[in-house]
Write a protein that binds this ligand. Sequence first.
Ligand code: SAH
Ligand code: SF4
Ligand code: F3S
Length: 416
Amino acid sequence: MNFFIETIGCQMNVNDSDKISDYLVNHGCLKTTDMAKADLVILNTCSVRFSAEHKAYSLLGRIKEHKDVNPNLIVGVVGCMAQHAYKEIKRRCKFVDFVLGAKNIDNFSQIIGKYVPFEYSFKKQTSENVFRYVTIMRGCSNFCSYCIVPFVRGPEISINCGEICDSVKQAVDSGVKEIILLGQNVNSYNDNGINFTKLLRQVSKIDNLKRIRFMTNHPKDFSEELIDEIAGNDKICRHIHLPMQSGSDNILKAMNRKYTYGQYKSLFERIKTKIPEINITSDVIIGFPGETERDFSDTFKASQDLKFGGLFIFKYSPRPNTSAYKLKDDVTLNVKKQRHTLLLEDSNEISKALNGRYIGKTVDVLVEKYENKVCEGRNSQNLKIFFDSDKNYTGEIVRVSVTRALANSLSGKMIL
Ligand code: SAH
Ligand code: SF4
Ligand code: F3S
Protein backbone atom coordinates (compact mmCIF):
# COMPACT_ATOMS: atom_id res chain seq x y z
CA MET A 1 0.00 0.00 0.00
CA ASN A 2 1.26 3.46 -0.95
CA PHE A 3 0.60 6.47 1.21
CA PHE A 4 0.94 10.19 0.62
CA ILE A 5 1.13 12.64 3.51
CA GLU A 6 1.00 16.42 3.31
CA THR A 7 1.78 18.60 6.33
CA ILE A 8 0.68 22.18 6.93
CA GLY A 9 1.77 24.03 10.09
CA CYS A 10 4.57 24.02 12.60
CA GLN A 11 7.23 21.51 13.70
CA MET A 12 4.69 19.91 16.07
CA ASN A 13 2.73 18.85 13.02
CA VAL A 14 5.87 17.77 11.16
CA ASN A 15 6.70 15.60 14.15
CA ASP A 16 3.19 14.10 14.24
CA SER A 17 3.40 13.39 10.50
CA ASP A 18 6.80 11.72 11.02
CA LYS A 19 5.24 9.47 13.67
CA ILE A 20 2.36 8.57 11.35
CA SER A 21 4.79 7.88 8.49
CA ASP A 22 6.99 5.71 10.74
CA TYR A 23 3.94 3.74 11.86
CA LEU A 24 2.80 3.14 8.29
CA VAL A 25 6.29 2.22 7.05
CA ASN A 26 6.69 -0.17 10.00
CA HIS A 27 3.50 -1.84 8.79
CA GLY A 28 4.78 -2.38 5.29
CA CYS A 29 3.44 0.74 3.55
CA LEU A 30 5.47 2.72 1.06
CA LYS A 31 5.66 6.48 1.16
CA THR A 32 5.05 8.22 -2.15
CA THR A 33 5.43 11.86 -3.14
CA ASP A 34 2.95 11.41 -5.99
CA MET A 35 -0.63 11.67 -4.81
CA ALA A 36 -1.87 9.90 -7.97
CA LYS A 37 -0.01 6.73 -6.91
CA ALA A 38 -1.39 6.70 -3.35
CA ASP A 39 -3.95 4.32 -1.83
CA LEU A 40 -4.04 6.39 1.36
CA VAL A 41 -3.80 10.18 1.55
CA ILE A 42 -3.33 11.96 4.87
CA LEU A 43 -3.59 15.71 5.26
CA ASN A 44 -2.15 17.08 8.50
CA THR A 45 -3.70 20.48 9.11
CA CYS A 46 -3.03 23.76 10.95
CA SER A 47 -5.43 26.36 12.30
CA VAL A 48 -3.10 29.11 13.44
CA ARG A 49 -4.21 31.54 10.72
CA PHE A 50 -7.18 31.57 8.34
CA SER A 51 -4.75 31.15 5.42
CA ALA A 52 -3.63 27.76 6.80
CA GLU A 53 -7.23 26.53 6.84
CA HIS A 54 -7.82 27.91 3.36
CA LYS A 55 -4.80 25.98 2.13
CA ALA A 56 -6.21 22.77 3.63
CA TYR A 57 -9.54 23.18 1.84
CA SER A 58 -7.86 23.82 -1.48
CA LEU A 59 -5.69 20.72 -1.01
CA LEU A 60 -8.83 18.78 -0.12
CA GLY A 61 -10.26 19.92 -3.48
CA ARG A 62 -7.25 18.33 -5.22
CA ILE A 63 -7.55 15.17 -3.12
CA LYS A 64 -11.21 14.88 -4.12
CA GLU A 65 -10.21 14.83 -7.80
CA HIS A 66 -8.03 11.79 -7.06
CA LYS A 67 -10.83 10.10 -5.14
CA ASP A 68 -13.19 10.69 -8.08
CA VAL A 69 -10.75 8.72 -10.26
CA ASN A 70 -9.99 6.11 -7.59
CA PRO A 71 -13.01 5.56 -5.28
CA ASN A 72 -10.98 3.11 -3.16
CA LEU A 73 -8.63 5.88 -2.07
CA ILE A 74 -8.67 6.30 1.72
CA VAL A 75 -8.56 9.94 2.83
CA GLY A 76 -7.77 11.07 6.38
CA VAL A 77 -7.64 14.62 7.73
CA VAL A 78 -5.69 14.99 10.97
CA GLY A 79 -4.14 17.75 13.10
CA CYS A 80 -5.17 21.08 14.56
CA MET A 81 -7.84 22.07 12.06
CA ALA A 82 -9.26 18.56 12.26
CA GLN A 83 -9.61 19.22 15.98
CA HIS A 84 -11.41 22.52 15.74
CA ALA A 85 -13.30 22.27 12.42
CA TYR A 86 -14.20 18.56 12.69
CA LYS A 87 -17.86 19.09 11.84
CA GLU A 88 -17.21 21.54 9.03
CA ILE A 89 -14.76 19.16 7.35
CA LYS A 90 -17.27 16.29 7.63
CA ARG A 91 -19.98 18.53 6.18
CA ARG A 92 -17.99 20.14 3.37
CA CYS A 93 -15.92 17.11 2.37
CA LYS A 94 -18.12 14.02 2.33
CA PHE A 95 -15.39 12.05 0.54
CA VAL A 96 -13.12 12.21 3.61
CA ASP A 97 -13.03 8.83 5.39
CA PHE A 98 -11.74 9.89 8.79
CA VAL A 99 -11.04 13.08 10.72
CA LEU A 100 -8.68 12.89 13.71
CA GLY A 101 -7.93 15.95 15.84
CA ALA A 102 -4.50 16.88 17.19
CA LYS A 103 -5.48 16.00 20.75
CA ASN A 104 -6.19 12.40 19.68
CA ILE A 105 -3.34 11.93 17.24
CA ASP A 106 -1.93 9.08 19.35
CA ASN A 107 -5.05 7.07 18.41
CA PHE A 108 -3.96 7.03 14.78
CA SER A 109 -3.14 3.33 14.82
CA GLN A 110 -6.66 2.43 15.99
CA ILE A 111 -8.36 4.62 13.40
CA ILE A 112 -6.23 3.47 10.49
CA GLY A 113 -6.72 -0.13 11.63
CA LYS A 114 -10.41 0.21 10.75
CA TYR A 115 -9.52 0.93 7.12
CA VAL A 116 -6.39 -1.18 6.65
CA PRO A 117 -6.18 -4.36 8.72
CA PHE A 118 -2.37 -4.59 8.86
CA GLU A 119 -1.23 -8.16 9.24
CA TYR A 120 2.32 -7.65 10.31
CA SER A 121 4.65 -5.09 11.73
CA PHE A 122 8.41 -4.71 11.76
CA LYS A 123 10.72 -2.09 13.22
CA LYS A 124 12.64 0.10 10.86
CA GLN A 125 16.24 0.10 12.03
CA THR A 126 17.90 3.05 10.39
CA SER A 127 16.72 6.61 10.24
CA GLU A 128 16.77 8.52 6.95
CA ASN A 129 17.10 11.80 8.75
CA VAL A 130 20.12 13.56 10.18
CA PHE A 131 17.92 15.36 12.70
CA ARG A 132 14.76 14.38 14.52
CA TYR A 133 12.09 16.27 16.40
CA VAL A 134 11.33 15.05 19.90
CA THR A 135 8.21 16.45 21.55
CA ILE A 136 8.91 17.35 25.19
CA MET A 137 5.61 19.09 25.89
CA ARG A 138 2.13 18.84 24.54
CA GLY A 139 -0.41 21.65 24.36
CA CYS A 140 -0.18 25.16 25.74
CA SER A 141 -1.73 26.99 28.69
CA ASN A 142 -0.50 30.50 27.93
CA PHE A 143 -3.60 31.77 26.14
CA CYS A 144 -2.00 34.60 24.19
CA SER A 145 -5.13 36.47 23.20
CA TYR A 146 -4.76 35.88 19.44
CA CYS A 147 -3.79 32.21 19.52
CA ILE A 148 -5.86 29.10 18.82
CA VAL A 149 -3.17 26.59 19.86
CA PRO A 150 -4.38 26.10 23.49
CA PHE A 151 -7.82 25.26 22.09
CA VAL A 152 -6.69 22.78 19.46
CA ARG A 153 -3.82 21.17 21.37
CA GLY A 154 -5.20 21.30 24.91
CA PRO A 155 -3.43 22.28 28.15
CA GLU A 156 0.34 22.21 28.61
CA ILE A 157 1.70 18.83 29.70
CA SER A 158 5.41 18.04 30.18
CA ILE A 159 6.50 14.60 29.04
CA ASN A 160 8.53 12.49 31.48
CA CYS A 161 12.26 13.27 31.32
CA GLY A 162 13.22 9.57 31.21
CA GLU A 163 10.86 8.98 28.29
CA ILE A 164 12.38 11.92 26.41
CA CYS A 165 15.93 10.64 27.02
CA ASP A 166 14.90 7.18 25.79
CA SER A 167 13.45 8.68 22.59
CA VAL A 168 16.65 10.64 22.03
CA LYS A 169 18.84 7.55 22.65
CA GLN A 170 16.74 5.52 20.25
CA ALA A 171 17.02 8.22 17.59
CA VAL A 172 20.79 8.51 18.05
CA ASP A 173 21.17 4.71 17.86
CA SER A 174 19.37 4.78 14.52
CA GLY A 175 21.79 7.36 13.10
CA VAL A 176 20.29 10.71 14.07
CA LYS A 177 22.93 13.39 14.84
CA GLU A 178 20.78 16.33 15.90
CA ILE A 179 17.74 16.50 18.14
CA ILE A 180 15.21 19.33 18.10
CA LEU A 181 13.23 19.45 21.34
CA LEU A 182 9.72 20.74 20.76
CA GLY A 183 7.14 22.48 22.90
CA GLN A 184 4.99 25.62 22.51
CA ASN A 185 6.92 27.09 25.42
CA VAL A 186 9.89 24.87 26.31
CA ASN A 187 10.95 27.34 29.03
CA SER A 188 8.09 26.24 31.27
CA TYR A 189 8.99 22.53 31.03
CA ASN A 190 8.55 20.91 34.42
CA ASP A 191 8.61 17.18 35.11
CA ASN A 192 8.32 16.87 38.89
CA GLY A 193 10.92 19.56 39.49
CA ILE A 194 13.10 18.77 36.46
CA ASN A 195 13.07 22.08 34.62
CA PHE A 196 14.14 22.75 31.04
CA THR A 197 17.77 23.51 31.97
CA LYS A 198 18.05 20.19 33.82
CA LEU A 199 16.43 18.37 30.92
CA LEU A 200 18.98 19.89 28.53
CA ARG A 201 21.79 18.72 30.83
CA GLN A 202 20.39 15.17 30.82
CA VAL A 203 19.89 15.06 27.06
CA SER A 204 23.33 16.45 26.34
CA LYS A 205 24.93 13.55 28.25
CA ILE A 206 23.72 11.10 25.58
CA ASP A 207 26.73 9.68 23.72
CA ASN A 208 27.03 10.26 19.97
CA LEU A 209 24.42 13.01 19.99
CA LYS A 210 26.16 15.89 18.23
CA ARG A 211 23.72 18.77 18.42
CA ILE A 212 20.69 19.89 20.40
CA ARG A 213 18.19 22.53 19.32
CA PHE A 214 14.90 23.50 20.89
CA MET A 215 11.86 25.61 20.19
CA THR A 216 9.84 27.66 20.96
CA ASN A 217 10.81 29.99 23.76
CA HIS A 218 8.56 32.35 25.65
CA PRO A 219 10.39 35.46 26.88
CA LYS A 220 8.40 35.50 30.14
CA ASP A 221 9.88 32.13 31.22
CA PHE A 222 13.43 32.28 29.82
CA SER A 223 15.71 31.96 32.86
CA GLU A 224 19.21 33.21 33.62
CA GLU A 225 20.13 29.62 34.48
CA LEU A 226 19.18 28.59 30.93
CA ILE A 227 21.35 31.32 29.39
CA ASP A 228 24.31 30.04 31.46
CA GLU A 229 23.64 26.43 30.45
CA ILE A 230 23.57 27.28 26.74
CA ALA A 231 26.72 29.39 27.11
CA GLY A 232 28.61 26.52 28.74
CA ASN A 233 27.26 23.53 26.82
CA ASP A 234 28.91 22.83 23.44
CA LYS A 235 26.21 20.47 22.25
CA ILE A 236 23.54 23.17 22.39
CA CYS A 237 23.31 25.06 19.14
CA ARG A 238 23.84 28.80 19.01
CA HIS A 239 20.32 29.66 17.91
CA ILE A 240 17.36 30.87 19.93
CA HIS A 241 13.95 31.52 18.46
CA LEU A 242 12.49 34.13 20.79
CA PRO A 243 9.12 35.39 19.55
CA MET A 244 8.63 39.07 20.41
CA GLN A 245 5.20 39.45 18.72
CA SER A 246 5.22 43.25 19.04
CA GLY A 247 7.49 46.13 20.09
CA SER A 248 4.58 48.08 21.58
CA ASP A 249 3.73 47.70 25.27
CA ASN A 250 0.04 48.42 24.61
CA ILE A 251 -0.18 45.65 22.05
CA LEU A 252 1.90 43.22 24.13
CA LYS A 253 -0.53 43.77 26.98
CA ALA A 254 -3.55 43.25 24.73
CA MET A 255 -1.88 40.08 23.45
CA ASN A 256 -1.53 38.78 27.04
CA ARG A 257 2.19 38.16 26.50
CA LYS A 258 3.07 39.12 30.10
CA TYR A 259 6.23 41.10 29.29
CA THR A 260 7.02 44.63 28.15
CA TYR A 261 9.31 45.55 25.29
CA GLY A 262 11.85 46.74 27.87
CA GLN A 263 11.88 43.30 29.51
CA TYR A 264 12.21 41.61 26.13
CA LYS A 265 15.11 43.86 25.15
CA SER A 266 16.85 43.27 28.45
CA LEU A 267 16.57 39.48 28.01
CA PHE A 268 17.79 39.76 24.40
CA GLU A 269 20.82 41.76 25.52
CA ARG A 270 21.67 39.45 28.42
CA ILE A 271 21.64 36.49 26.04
CA LYS A 272 23.84 38.33 23.51
CA THR A 273 26.31 39.38 26.20
CA LYS A 274 26.75 35.89 27.62
CA ILE A 275 26.66 34.10 24.24
CA PRO A 276 28.07 36.57 21.68
CA GLU A 277 27.95 34.07 18.79
CA ILE A 278 24.21 33.44 19.28
CA ASN A 279 21.70 33.94 16.46
CA ILE A 280 18.38 35.20 17.79
CA THR A 281 15.35 34.97 15.49
CA SER A 282 11.82 36.12 16.21
CA ASP A 283 8.13 36.23 15.24
CA VAL A 284 5.92 39.32 15.11
CA ILE A 285 2.27 39.81 14.34
CA ILE A 286 1.27 43.00 12.57
CA GLY A 287 -2.23 44.43 12.47
CA PHE A 288 -3.40 43.13 15.85
CA PRO A 289 -6.74 44.84 16.73
CA GLY A 290 -6.12 48.45 17.72
CA GLU A 291 -2.55 48.56 16.35
CA THR A 292 -1.90 52.24 15.58
CA GLU A 293 0.82 53.74 13.36
CA ARG A 294 2.68 54.45 16.60
CA ASP A 295 2.42 50.82 17.77
CA PHE A 296 3.64 49.60 14.40
CA SER A 297 6.50 52.06 14.45
CA ASP A 298 7.50 50.69 17.90
CA THR A 299 7.71 47.21 16.34
CA PHE A 300 9.64 48.55 13.35
CA LYS A 301 12.09 50.37 15.64
CA ALA A 302 12.48 47.28 17.83
CA SER A 303 13.44 45.26 14.77
CA GLN A 304 16.01 47.90 13.77
CA ASP A 305 17.30 48.19 17.30
CA LEU A 306 17.68 44.49 18.12
CA LYS A 307 18.64 43.20 14.67
CA PHE A 308 17.26 39.69 14.48
CA GLY A 309 19.05 37.04 12.48
CA GLY A 310 15.66 36.27 10.96
CA LEU A 311 12.20 37.71 11.51
CA PHE A 312 8.94 35.92 10.68
CA ILE A 313 6.15 38.44 10.17
CA PHE A 314 2.52 37.37 10.29
CA LYS A 315 -0.59 39.38 9.46
CA TYR A 316 -3.07 39.11 12.32
CA SER A 317 -5.83 36.62 11.58
CA PRO A 318 -8.86 36.44 13.93
CA ARG A 319 -9.28 32.92 15.32
CA PRO A 320 -12.49 31.51 16.80
CA ASN A 321 -12.51 30.87 20.58
CA THR A 322 -9.58 33.20 21.27
CA SER A 323 -10.17 36.25 23.46
CA ALA A 324 -9.01 38.64 20.69
CA TYR A 325 -11.75 37.22 18.47
CA LYS A 326 -14.19 39.47 20.29
CA LEU A 327 -12.17 42.55 19.32
CA LYS A 328 -12.82 44.32 16.05
CA ASP A 329 -10.26 43.34 13.38
CA ASP A 330 -9.89 47.04 12.65
CA VAL A 331 -6.58 47.23 10.81
CA THR A 332 -7.57 46.93 7.15
CA LEU A 333 -5.98 44.27 4.96
CA ASN A 334 -4.36 47.01 2.91
CA VAL A 335 -2.69 48.53 5.95
CA LYS A 336 -1.62 45.06 7.15
CA LYS A 337 -0.05 44.42 3.76
CA GLN A 338 1.75 47.79 3.75
CA ARG A 339 3.14 47.27 7.25
CA HIS A 340 4.11 43.71 6.37
CA THR A 341 6.06 44.80 3.28
CA LEU A 342 7.79 47.68 5.08
CA LEU A 343 8.94 45.51 7.96
CA LEU A 344 9.86 42.54 5.78
CA GLU A 345 12.08 44.55 3.46
CA ASP A 346 13.84 46.24 6.36
CA SER A 347 14.31 43.08 8.45
CA ASN A 348 15.59 41.12 5.43
CA GLU A 349 18.26 43.77 4.88
CA ILE A 350 19.23 43.48 8.55
CA SER A 351 19.47 39.66 8.42
CA LYS A 352 21.44 39.81 5.19
CA ALA A 353 23.90 42.29 6.69
CA LEU A 354 24.28 40.06 9.78
CA ASN A 355 24.86 37.02 7.61
CA GLY A 356 27.43 39.01 5.63
CA ARG A 357 29.64 38.88 8.70
CA TYR A 358 30.22 35.17 8.00
CA ILE A 359 31.92 35.88 4.66
CA GLY A 360 35.55 34.80 4.90
CA LYS A 361 34.90 32.87 8.13
CA THR A 362 34.91 29.12 8.63
CA VAL A 363 31.81 27.41 9.99
CA ASP A 364 30.95 23.84 11.05
CA VAL A 365 28.14 22.43 8.95
CA LEU A 366 26.10 19.33 9.72
CA VAL A 367 25.19 18.09 6.25
CA GLU A 368 21.55 17.07 5.83
CA LYS A 369 21.18 16.50 2.10
CA TYR A 370 23.14 15.80 -1.07
CA GLU A 371 21.58 16.57 -4.43
CA ASN A 372 23.06 17.44 -7.85
CA LYS A 373 26.56 17.47 -6.36
CA VAL A 374 25.57 20.08 -3.76
CA CYS A 375 25.67 19.42 -0.01
CA GLU A 376 23.13 21.27 2.11
CA GLY A 377 23.30 21.62 5.87
CA ARG A 378 23.17 24.08 8.75
CA ASN A 379 25.67 25.68 11.04
CA SER A 380 25.17 25.92 14.78
CA GLN A 381 23.36 29.26 14.28
CA ASN A 382 20.75 27.44 12.15
CA LEU A 383 21.73 29.12 8.89
CA LYS A 384 21.35 26.99 5.81
CA ILE A 385 24.64 26.48 3.99
CA PHE A 386 25.25 25.10 0.52
CA PHE A 387 28.55 23.94 -0.94
CA ASP A 388 29.64 22.00 -4.04
CA SER A 389 31.04 18.56 -3.40
CA ASP A 390 31.88 15.38 -5.32
CA LYS A 391 31.22 13.36 -2.19
CA ASN A 392 28.06 12.93 -0.16
CA TYR A 393 28.80 14.11 3.39
CA THR A 394 25.26 13.62 4.74
CA GLY A 395 25.34 13.06 8.51
CA GLU A 396 28.86 14.46 8.92
CA ILE A 397 29.99 17.76 10.40
CA VAL A 398 32.38 19.43 7.95
CA ARG A 399 34.19 22.78 7.88
CA VAL A 400 33.11 25.28 5.25
CA SER A 401 34.64 28.62 4.35
CA VAL A 402 31.78 31.05 3.62
CA THR A 403 31.94 32.99 0.35
CA ARG A 404 28.39 34.34 -0.07
CA ALA A 405 25.53 35.47 2.19
CA LEU A 406 21.81 35.93 1.51
CA ALA A 407 18.99 36.81 3.94
CA ASN A 408 18.31 33.17 4.82
CA SER A 409 21.32 31.20 3.68
CA LEU A 410 25.08 31.07 3.09
CA SER A 411 27.23 29.33 0.53
CA GLY A 412 30.89 28.45 0.52
CA LYS A 413 33.67 25.92 -0.05
CA MET A 414 34.47 22.90 2.03
CA ILE A 415 37.87 22.84 3.72
CA LEU A 416 39.41 19.39 3.61
N1 SAH B 1 4.17 28.74 20.79
C1 SAH B 1 4.86 29.55 19.91
C2 SAH B 1 4.26 29.84 18.57
C3 SAH B 1 3.04 29.23 18.08
S1 SAH B 1 2.31 29.85 16.64
C4 SAH B 1 5.12 30.86 20.59
O1 SAH B 1 4.53 31.21 21.56
O2 SAH B 1 5.95 31.57 20.09
C5 SAH B 1 3.62 30.55 15.68
C6 SAH B 1 3.48 32.02 15.44
O3 SAH B 1 2.28 32.28 14.74
C7 SAH B 1 3.36 32.86 16.69
O4 SAH B 1 4.60 33.15 17.26
C8 SAH B 1 2.66 34.10 16.19
O5 SAH B 1 3.58 35.07 15.77
C9 SAH B 1 1.87 33.60 14.99
N2 SAH B 1 0.43 33.59 15.26
C10 SAH B 1 -0.23 32.89 16.19
N3 SAH B 1 -1.55 33.16 16.13
C11 SAH B 1 -1.72 34.07 15.14
C12 SAH B 1 -2.86 34.77 14.61
N4 SAH B 1 -4.06 34.60 15.10
N5 SAH B 1 -2.66 35.63 13.58
C13 SAH B 1 -1.42 35.81 13.07
N6 SAH B 1 -0.33 35.20 13.55
C14 SAH B 1 -0.46 34.33 14.57
FE1 SF4 C 1 0.01 30.38 21.23
FE2 SF4 C 1 1.03 31.88 23.11
FE3 SF4 C 1 0.86 29.27 23.47
FE4 SF4 C 1 2.59 30.24 21.73
S1 SF4 C 1 2.63 30.58 23.95
S2 SF4 C 1 1.21 28.54 21.41
S3 SF4 C 1 1.53 32.01 20.91
S4 SF4 C 1 -0.86 30.68 23.30
FE1 F3S D 1 1.22 24.17 14.97
FE2 F3S D 1 -0.66 25.19 13.48
FE3 F3S D 1 -1.27 23.46 15.31
S1 F3S D 1 1.07 26.26 14.25
S2 F3S D 1 0.24 23.64 16.90
S3 F3S D 1 0.01 23.10 13.51
S4 F3S D 1 -2.43 25.27 14.84
